[in-house]
Structures are given as structure tokens and as C-alpha cells.
Design a protein around this ligand. Structure first.
Ligand code: PLP
Length: 268
């Protein structure tokens, strides 16, 4: 991943080096901040409206007024893409609850958000997609509002450090013996009968599944790695140790919705 030079801070497009954040910013002090990460492919935003809607939902729950009305968020994304000539990568956006020269837990009645955004170049359909990723299992120690996309990411940051120590790409998190999701992606399981399960859709059905249980295929979904086959968990091979056919099929479907030319990818 390489960060591009033109970024955005509170209504202005600036050089990355010109951005500055107050030590009293509530994002920095309390993780009182929402974020979003949107993929860019062929210079086009992928699933933008979903990210826009999730941002609005998170901001609402965090009592942060939405700084983007109408199509302003979309325009800002388009400008970052254009000014950085970004073809493939990610747009990162952070909206914090502002800074008030005071370290006060509750903060002011009326919150004035601080916004930053930057563009990063990244090959989205690369080795992780082609070869699969190794993972570790880790305890999910996060707070209870995991439905909100906040910058409160310490559990995940520590899980990623443990993964790196084990030469793995990411961590799959467990709570009471059940998988919740990966450190920065959702986990999907393809069962032996070909059915597809993910936590939200089937928490009742997932009951009793542990890491010992036979799993034919596992993959993660995220803006950063799109659809990434999981080939290893805690040193144990998943399935054949190669990305499986159903994961390949889902990769193909998703890449097609992005406008990717599947014949150019070669390995699909
Ligand atoms: N789950 C967590 C904890 C994440 O951090 C992410 C992405 O960062 C996802 C799931 C995947 O979400 P999305 O597909 O919107 O990138």
C-alpha cells in the first residue's frame, strides 16, 4: 500500500504533509470517531452508497453530525481519485468528534466534527486473492457495538500483531467458541454440503462450530482484500490448502460486478 500525496482535511484538499490533528481531538483521546474505507477499481468507487449509508449510521450512533450533505461525500471521493490519478486502491475517511482544548469525557453539547481523508494505492486483486491467506484464531475482546465502524481498533491492532508474529496475514476472532469475524473483514464458511454461512445470517446455525470442526472453505470479505480465500488457521490447513471452487466462484462474481476483465486475471 502506498499513500498518495493529495489528501483532504475539513473542506480542503491539502498535501499529506500539511495535515495536522490536535492532541485534544476526541478521536485521538477517546476513539470518538467513525471511519470508512472504500475500494477504487479502474478509477471507480466500489459499493460507494453502502459505505455512505454505513457512515451515516455510525455517525448518528456516535452523536457526530454528518459533515457531508447531498453528494458532497461522493464529490470529495471523486476529487481525491482524480487529483491522485488513483486507478486501484482505497479511500480512507475518518470523521472525529472534533477538538475543544479540553480533555472532557462527555464533550460539548454540539459536536463540530474533524474530517480527514486520504487515498492509498493498492493492488486489490493480487497474491492474497490468488494464493489465499494464512490466519490465526484470537479471542474477540472488542466492545459490544461492533456494528459501528469506529476507530476503536485496539483489539484488532493487537490481533494483527499476533498474526504477524505467527507469519499469518490476519486473525479470525472468536467469542464463546464461535467465530465472529476477522480482524478487518467478515468471515464466510462454505460447508461440506456447499451451503454458505456467515455470522450475521446464521448465528443459530453456527452454534457449536469450533475451530476443530471440519470446514471445507473459509474466506474473508473486505474493501481492502475484496474476497480473500483463507487457506490456514493456526497452522491447520483449510480444505485442500488451496483456494476452493466456491470461493473462486464468489471472487469471479464479485470481480465482475466491479467491472474487472476476468480473462485478464488469468488464474480465475
Ligand atoms: N469487519 C471488520 C471488523 C472490518 O474492519 C471490516 C473492514 O474494515 C469488515 C468487516 C469488512 O467490511 P467491508 O466489506 O465494508 O470492508
Amino acid at each position: 500500500v502506498s499513500v498518495k500525496p493529495i489528501s483532504y482535511q475539513n473542506d480542503r484538499f491539502v498535501q499529506l504533509s500539511e495535515m495536522s490533528i490536535s492532541p485534544f481531538d476526541r478521536g485521538y483521546l477517546f476513539a470518538h470517531a467513525a471511519y470508512e474505507v472504500t475500494a477504487v477499481y479502474h478509477g471507480e468507487l466500489i459499493d460507494f452508497s453502502g459505505h455512505e449509508q454505513r457512515l451515516a449510521r455510525t455517525l448518528d450512533a456516535l452523536a457526530i453530525p454528518n459533515p457531508f450533505q447531498g453528494d458532497r461525500l461522493l464529490q470529495m471521493h471523486h476529487t481525491l481519485i482524480a487529483r491522485n490519478s488513483l486507478k486501484e486502491g482505497l479511500i480512507y475517511l475518518q470523521v472525529t468528534a472534533g477538538d475543544y482544548d479540553l480533555r472532557d469525557f462527555a464533550g460539548p453539547e454540539t459536536i463540530m466534527p474533524n474530517v480527514t481523508a486520504f487515498a492509498a494505492e493498492k493492488k486489490l486483486i493480487g497474491d492474497a486473492a490468488r494464493l489465499g491467506i494464512s490466519t490465526i484464531l484470537s479471542e474477540d475482546t472488542r466492545w459490544q457495538r461492533r456494528d459501528l465502524k469506529t476507530t476503536q481498533l485496539l483489539s484488532q491492532a493487537l490481533a494483527y500483531r499476533s498474526a504477524r508474529n505467527a507469519d499469518a496475514t490476519t486473525a479470525i476472532m472468536c467469542e464463546n467458541g464461535l467465530i465472529t469475524e476477522a480482524a478487518s473483514a467478515n468471515v464466510w464458511i462454505v460447508r461440506k454440503d456447499g451451503s454458505l454461512q456467515t455470522r450475521e445470517r446464521s448465528s443459530a446455525i453456527l452454534s457449536g462450530i469450533t475451530r476443530q470442526r471440519a470446514i471445507e472453505e473459509v474466506f474473508t470479505t473486505s474493501a481492502g482484500l475484496l474476497v480473500a480465500p483463507v487457506i490456514e488457521i493456526d497452522g491447520h490447513q483449510i480444505g485442500s490448502g488451496q483456494p476452493g471452487p466456491i470461493t473462486r466462484w464468489i471472487q469471479a462474481l464479485y470481480y465482475r460486478t466491479m467491472g474487472a476483465d476476468l480473462t485478464k486475471i488469468g488464474w480465475l
